[in-house]
Structures are given as structure tokens and as C-alpha cells.
Design a protein around this ligand. Sequence first.
Ligand code: ADP
Length: 637
Amino acid sequence: MNEVYNILVVEDISHDAELIEREIKKVLNACEFKRVWTEKDFIDSLSDFRPTIILSDYYMPGFDGLTALRIAREIMPDIPFIIVTGTLNEDIAVDCMRSGASDYVIKEYIKRLGPSILNALEQYAVRIEKNNTQSALVESAERHRSLFEDNIAVMLLLDAHNGQILDANLAASKFYGYSQEELKKMKITNLNTLPENKVYEELEKARKQKKIQFNFQHRLKDGSIRDVEIYSSRIKAFGKEVMHSIVHDITDKIKLEHELIASKEKAEENDRLKTSFLHNISHEIRTPLNAIVGFSSFLNQPNLSLDKRKEFTDIINLSSEQLLSIITDIISVATLEAGQEKFHKKEININQAMGAVYEQFCVKSLYPKITIHYHSEIPDKNAQIVTDGVKLIQVLTNLVGNALKYTREGKVDFGCSIKNNELYFRIEDTGIGIPKHLHHKIFDRFWQVDSTVTREFGGTGLGLSISKAYVELMGGRIWLDSEHGIGSVFHFTVPYVPVVKPTKSGSEEMDRHVEESISQKVILIAEDETNNFLLIKEYLSAPVFTIIRVENGLDAVNICKNRSDIDLILMDIKMPVMDGIEATRQIKIMKPYIPVIAVTAYAYDTDKKRLLESGFDEYLPKPIKRDSFLKMINQFI
Ligand code: ADP
């Protein structure tokens, strides 16, 4: 060994010290010596000289070997310390050995010193080795404990035979809400939502394998249930078979999976519904179109009786209305889907609106086996309200229309009242009804209870979804009670916002106004389609109007340039030579006071906005209804 030994000799007599050095040199090759004999020098040397061995006399003036030994044990607990003394009685020797001396050597037998030193050094080496091993063991145990205790993964140690929780880490306590001590008093069956015997079956399976993965639901202390995935490995611990289990909370993952599956199913259903919608719609469009095309061809026959002509015209009108309503529905769905449908507040008289819906459907010949009733519990003085009248009437029309469509015989009853400061509508029929399990589906787009039944009754599966969207846009709710084969009741509400001042009905007022206030007026109609022009001309057939027609925008501009008596212009948008937008722009520069109304087949709200921004005073979408047309004309002349 090439190690240099620092040997601290505590000895007041230099001759004795030399004796000691000599003996030591016999057994150790490389040694450094230092001699001290006072307590202070001794203490200083422990830190300055860093001795490997201490050899101390027992009796010294002002200091003694036992004190040196105690000091040394405090500061360097493992250092070999040998008492070398002239005489030593037995009691002191025992005392020294008890206080931790490695050995004691009587000076008379100084030859023992060499072997004693070697022995002390060997014991020292063994002690150090043992200490090192022990601290490595402690460190390893601590590391493993920390890997379990401080791991962010939830970990449990379970008795593989009975599921007793033998240990639970901090993350487990945080996750389950129980303290670690509480968990250690529980079994895994107390956390599991499955019946005990099922959990034991799974545990048994796990015990037979070295590793296993389970999927369970665990109940936390606060009562909530979480989906967990558990990875268990069988190990030996606490002297028994233990399942070391890592618990993953997969509740959010499972939820996401369910959502994905649901949205996939929804997408598939939408796809299926769209296909059946396309089949339906083509049928729905062809039927009225067939009637229009077919009966129109009879109208030109010279020998057609007046009665027949009236009958055919009625059929053509009805079919046109039907066709128009399908197109309106499709546009409404598109507008709703694009989020562009708006709530247009206006005053309406709810009793009159109900009456108008009734009038629309009460034609006996159409539903000979059904009696239709309507009633309003709202006194006339409270019937003037503010809402989106167009949408409200559309919802009522859809629901009453459905009630009649899906009823072969019996009655259809609809009414309105005020409940909890809301307008409450109820539409009841004695028709085919809707099975209960389909009620939640009924307001979905394109959805129909049974396509064979629908084929019999007709329809596109859009009416209820539009109705629901409209009711919600107006701030209300819609729901139904219905029993298969018995009948249905549809209910809906909208906020009740009464108008205090009573007013006359809109159409009465309009007719009176048109008659009273219009003297001879000149109206310029710019329209390239002759049929459209003829229709407008028909609407303006009263003798008070002088009508001028042009077929393109440029002619309209020229007429305005040359005449000063134009009171109003009805302007088509899509025309040859110059379109209506450009023509209006030029007319407004020349004569900004002439009102120009856009009459167009562009029917979206965005089109209206675009046209009003480009200079038009108003906007009238095609197809033009007589009432709304005259009302608008009345606004300007
Ligand atoms: P449709 O154009 O098919 O009538 P709706 O959206 O108005 O479309 O209605 C969807 C489906 O709901 C209908 O196809 C029909 O199956 C069912 N339905 C609606 N109203 C009634 C009712 N009053 N009685 C029975 N079934 C109805």
C-alpha cells in the first residue's frame, strides 16, 4: 500500500514519542508524524494535520488520553485510536475501550504496538467498507422510495391475493382524494365500481400473469367516477406477492373517443339523410312541376270551358305555391346554416296572423275529412305585438300544414294564449302521430319518421328544423307530445312584447291609403323578361298608374334624361346592354330624388344589403306578392 499515514502522537515525553515512532516505522513504510501534548494543539491538529491514526499517552500534565479519545470520537468517529501508556489499571483500560479506543499498549510491551496498529487499521478499513455499503443501501432504498412516493403517476401496491392496498403514493392520494393512510386501510374493491366478485376475478387473472392491463371505473372520495386504465406487474414485496399498479386517468380520452364516435355516426347519418333528401326533393319538385307543365298546355285550347279553365288555373297556382315553398325552405336552410338569418322585429297583430293562417288552410275541398279549428285567448286590445311576423307565420304555417298533412281524418286544432309573459302556441291533430323514441330526432334537418309514409304525404324533412331554428331565433322554445297512431301536439313559445297603441290591420290601412292618396302617377319599369313585366303591369292595373316599359338599363337612363314626370322606377338587376345597378347609379347622379326599387330574383339578405348600398331605395325579391308589392309602391308615391 503506498498510502502515507499521518500519525498524531499525543505524548509529553519526547523519548517516549521517539520510541513509538520507531516501532511504527517497523510496520508502516510511509508515515508523517506530529507530536502534541496540549488539548488545544490536539484539537487544532485534528483539522490541520488530518491524522490517519492517533496514539495517545494516558497521563499528561493538563491533558489525558481519555479526554483526547472523547474529543477524537466526536470529531472523527471512526479513526483508529490507541492508548500507549506507562501503566494503566484495569478500570481505566475498560473505560478507554468503552469510550471507543481501538486498543491500548503498555510502554513496557511496546513491541505490541506494530501489530496493534495494523489490527486497528484493518478494523478501520472494514468499518469504512461497511459504512459505505450501508449508505449505498440507504441511498438505493431512498431512491426507490422516492421513485414510488414522488412519482407523478398514480401508484398502488396491492396484495395480489385479497386486493388490500399495501401502499399508495402521493399522486394516488391526490387523485382519489383519500389520505395515504386512508388508502392503506382500503381494498381495491372499495374503489372499483364493479361488484366485488368481478374485481377478485380480474385480480386472480392478474396474479397468474406477470403483467396485465385492466380498464375499470374507480369512484373517488368526492363520489365522482373516473375511467382508469391500470398497468399491473407482479413483484415480491413485504414478503408476499404484490401487484405494483400504475393507474392512468383516461376519462377525458374516453369522453373524446365517444364524441368522435358520435360525430362520425352523426356525419354518416347526415350523409344518409342528405341522400334521402335529394331523392325526396326531386320527387317533391317534379310533382308540382308536372302539374304546372301539364295543365298550362291545356289553357291554350280554344274550346276549354270557363269552369275547366278556372280549375286548371287553380291547380297551376297551387302547384306554383308548393314549388315556391320548397325553394323558400331550401334557401331558409342555407341561410340558417350560414348563420345569416336575422330577427326582423316588426309590429303584427297576432290574432290576425292566426286568422290568416286559418284562411290559408280552411279550404274544405282540400281536407274533406278533417275539421279545422283555431282559437285565440288573447283579447284584441293585447294582440298587437312586436316580433318577426314573417318567421312566426312561417312556423305556424309549417306546423298547421304538417298537422293537416299527417292526418287522414279527424281534427286539427290550433290556438294561442299568453302564459308566463310568453306567447304560447299549441297545434293539435288526430293524425298518424310520432313514436316516442323518435321525438328527439324530429327537429333534425332532413329527418323524416318513415320515408314510405312521407312518400304518401309528401315533404322534404326541412319544415320542423326551420321552425325550431326560427322559434329559437325569436327567443322561444319548441317541443312536442305525440303518440303513434293517436295524434300529435306541437307547442312553441315566443316572448310576448305587446304594443300599447291599438292599430288598424296592415292590409286594410294599405288598401285605403293606396286608394286615397294616389293621383295619376308615372312608373318606369325596366324589365327584360316579358312575363315578369306582364305580372307587374297586372298588379298596377289601377287607372291611377301610367306605365312605361324599357328592356334594358341604358333605355331607362335615357328615358329619365328626357322626361321629367317619372314618379318611381322598378328596376330589374340582370338585364342586357346595361344592368340595373349601373343604370340606377347613373339615374341617381342625374335625378337623385326619383325613388328606384330593385326588383330581383336575388333573394338573400346579403343581396339586399349590397343593393341598398349601391343606391337603390328599396328591394323587392321575386316572386313578387301583390300585397307586399302594393304596400311598397305606396311607401314611395
Ligand atoms: P316534412 O316536409 O317531411 O313534413 P318536417 O320537418 O316538417 O318535414 O317534418 C319532419 C317529419 O316529422 C315528417 O316527415 C314526419 O315524419 C314527422 N311529422 C311532422 N309533423 C308531424 C305530425 N303533425 N304528425 C305526424 N308526423 C309528423
